[in-house]
Design a protein around this ligand. Sequence first.
Ligand code: SF4
Ligand code: SF4
Length: 342
Amino acid sequence: MILQHGVKLEQQKTASLRHKIKILPVPEDMTEPKPLAARQGKLDVAGIIAAAEAARIVDEFDGVSLAQKLKRLRRLKPNMIVACCFDEDPCTSSAMATLRENTDAVIAGLVLAARACGAAENKIAVATPREARMIKKINSQADLILAGERYPARVLLKRKLFASGKNAAYIGAQACVALTAAVDENEAQSFTVVTVAGDGVEHWRNMRVRIGTPLKFLLDACGASEKTTFVITGSSVTGKAVTDLSEPVTAATRCVIALRKTPRNKTYPCIGCEKCARACPRGIVPWRVLREIQSGAPDPVRMPNVQKCIGCSACSVACPSGIDLTAVISKAASFKKSGDFD
Ligand code: SF4
Ligand code: SF4
């Protein structure tokens, strides 16, 4: 039997995908970005990487400079490059919205990135067959691959491609669009698309905002409620709580979630359902590690693979007892390394 790893998340993207991406006016006190110098010479590999560097493009999926990434990939020689046009978080839809509204620019940027890193193949990864049909209607040339709807989709896709002999590299949908704009229009990356969601805002939307805009602007534009008590940026699975709404939007801010109630972390004892093990994309059995740690005399030998944990939190999300298994595995990994519990 093949175990289907990952967690099926309840998807709440429809509300933010119902409307087109809305453009948020640039705050008055923000200055215009300087135009880039016109490109000199032909557009070869060095020219593509130089354009990404000059435009200061950051890949929204991992917050890494695109120019640095392309240089690194050129050395690593992947045989495929994949544009991540799916959103793993239940509320985020900024990658999907970007692909739907900029299909041609995503394809063009992906082709440029593939050329820059010497990958022979390029694919656009979408979550579902329905999404694939929609994109095919927009551009029948789009070469698509399914990432699925289980979290962590990116890791699971990587594993699937690796098993089929593909050594793939990954790039965000918005980074592809920004690369096209840098090469074709000499434009620096100064805007990003952010999903705003949660019961703390009236309108769930994808907003195109100037990078550097304070989060408060974004929330106010979506009808932030006075009852909002908790704001998270990034994924609702692994995102971080925001304490200061003057914090700026960065190129890696793909989602802002506003909530009226602060989530409570109530936990119960393990019931042995094994959902955590089924969720883990790295073959770790979190409940066994938990039991070993709780034994009072943990033996590193009985905690296999903990050092392979990627911190995706799929196990914590899957656990019906609300146990923070990600922290447990992290603790076990450092114990295995140093021999000490801190
Ligand atoms: S956080 Fe670590 S242990 Fe938990 S599912 Fe992800 S990889 Fe597995
Ligand atoms: S998912 Fe939670 S309750 Fe179920 S076996 Fe794992 S730790 Fe125990």
